[in-house]
Design a protein around this ligand. Structure first.
Ligand code: TAP
Length: 452
């Protein structure tokens, strides 16, 4: 039996020790999910909707407990962790609207009637990273269950606790045994079985682009459906005509939220050259003002990184030769801390501009005009997110259409709403989650012609 120690990243203390699920246990769970699917897809739409609403209510009733678990396991600030648990509740309520609205078409044809059905896929495997353990899990299992699939979910080995609790809450809410199972284990064991087991008909993967490519290649062998949410190198574009004070005051939160461990982090700030120096002057107090510390404290804005190994990786982006403009603060003592850090790269080929840091390090670069801003923003293999700061609405729309990314915000840094689509261009991913079409990623369209 293999075990893993779950560590609090703010204290380096062991929270608990867990048994990891083996390949044989994964196979048994997948087979249970397959059997449970026979009844689950036959549950009347209104009853499936009611079960999902009850699941949402169970999450809401346990919101504080889930949030505290995430503070202890992932080092998320308590404010963020409450939002994340609330997001799971809201995604489930939204999903509860799906079963009764999974509408097909009636298409005019000669000699009969033609109708389409959205059939469930079967067993769906959801593989979750450590950076947002609750929301990323729910964006997969919510619409998948609503569309009549059963789900096996693998949380990241570092952050399994909230997913395990969500699995218990589903059962307490009356979701039948085998319909939603949480399997804490290694990616190379449990995650790999999702890819190779023929009964798993779709894999939803969120994580690194490197592993995502392996999963896509593995799924190709069975023409298995796949949704990928991968890395990002998003740009926050600040034009000279913007409200510079607001743009500078909010920029730290667009990249340092969750200690920068966010695929949507705006880790490149592009500033029009005529206001570059002024923007940096305004940015400095904003960065120094980010409250970094005990994630359980209500006023904390940024917690620690997830692990010592990840901190070493983040630190490797700030080399002795790197020009550091300024940094924020970090607490002393135990914990995987790294301060908010602003760097001024020398060349477009600098690693800090081309690779995802996934930590609180942001690069600021100047641009000349609109075309130059779009060119630099698109000079990356990624295309997940981004922000555009300008008071010219025409420019906001032109630049929004020009930037190759799935989720853009103008004069704000919001990326995620459960009722709007989320996903990446280029190597940031494949497919979309959330939004009005969320269920269609978990169904096959079947066309039936009936001769009259
Ligand atoms: P990954 O290694 O990609 O892990 C993500 C998930 O995939 C984890 O649950 C992991 O399991 C599992 N996994 C790993 N190898 C697998 C395999 N061969 N087959 C199936 N599943 C597998 O990401 P990470 O180690 O957490 O982070 C590395 C980098 O990925 C980060 O620094 C960041 O750049 C990026 N990242 C991006 C995102 C988003 S949202 N875009 C999220 C997290 C990380 P284990 O628990 O065993 O690792």
């Amino acid at each position: 039996m293999t075990t893993t120690q779950v560590v609090n990243p703010a204290t380096e203390q062991v929270v608990t020790t867990l048994e990891l699920v083996s390949a044989a246990e994964t196979d048994a769970a997948i087979e249970r999910a397959q059997r449970a699917g026979v009844d689950w897809r036959a549950v009347a739409p209104g009853d499936r909707a009611r079960l999902l609403r009850r699941f949402a209510e169970a999450v809401d009733a346990n919101l504080e407990q889930l949030a505290q678990l995430e503070v202890a396991n992932a080092g998320h600030t308590i404010g963020n962790a409450r939002w994340e648990a609330g997001n799971v509740r809201d995604v489930l309520h939204f999903a509860a609207g799906i079963p009764e609205r999974l509408l097909g078409n009636q298409i005019p044809v000669a000699g009969g009637v033609d109708i389409t059905f959205h059939e469930p896929l079967g067993v769906v495997g959801v593989i979750v990273p450590w950076n947002f353990p609750m929301p990323i899990a729910a964006w997969g299992f919510g619409p998948a269950l609503a569309a009549g699939n059963t789900v096996v979910l693998k949380p990241a080995e570092l952050t399994p606790l909230t997913a395990i609790r969500l699995g218990e809450l589903a059962l307490e809410a009356g979701v039948p045994e085998g319909v939603f199972q949480v399997l804490p284990g290694k990616g190379s064991v449990v995650g790999q079985r999702f890819v190779t087991h023929p009964a798993v008909r779709k894999v939803v993967f969120t994580g690194s682009t490197e592993v995502g490519k392996e999963i896509m290649a593995g799924c190709a062998r069975q023409v298995k459906r796949v949704t990928l949410e991968l890395g990002g190198k998003s740009a926050n574009i600040v034009f000279a005509d913007a409200d510079l004070e607001r743009a500078a005051a909010t920029a730290p939160y667009g990249v340092f939220d969750n200690a920068g461990q966010d695929c949507c982090a705006r880790s490149r700030i592009l500033v029009q050259r005529s206001v570059f120096d002024r923007f940096l002057e305004l940015l400095e107090p904003a960065v120094r003002g980010v409250r970094v510390g005990d994630p359980a404290a209500e006023s904390t804005e940024m917690g620690p990184l997830i692990s010592a190994a990840h901190r070493a990786r983040v630190a490797s982006f700030v080399e002795p030769s790197t020009k550091v403009a300024f940094t924020g603060t970090q607490p002393d003592g135990p914990g995987f801390w790294y301060p908010p850090t602003v760097v001024l790269p020398d060349a477009p080929s600098d690693r800090v501009l081309t690779e995802e840091v996934f930590g609180p390090v942001v690069a600021v670069v100047p641009f000349e005009d609109e075309a130059d801003a779009v060119r630099i923003a698109n000079d990356t293999e990624y295309g997940l997110s981004g922000s555009i700061w300008t008071n010219d609405v025409g420019r906001a729309l032109r630049v929004s259409r020009g930037v190759e990314a799935g989720n853009l915000s103008v004069n704000s840094h919001s990326s995620v709403r459960y009722w709007t689509p989320f996903g990446g261009f280029k190597q940031s991913g494949l497919g979309r989650e959330l939004g009005p079409d969320a269920a269609l990623a978990f169904t096959e369209t079947k066309n039936v012609f009936i001769a009259t």
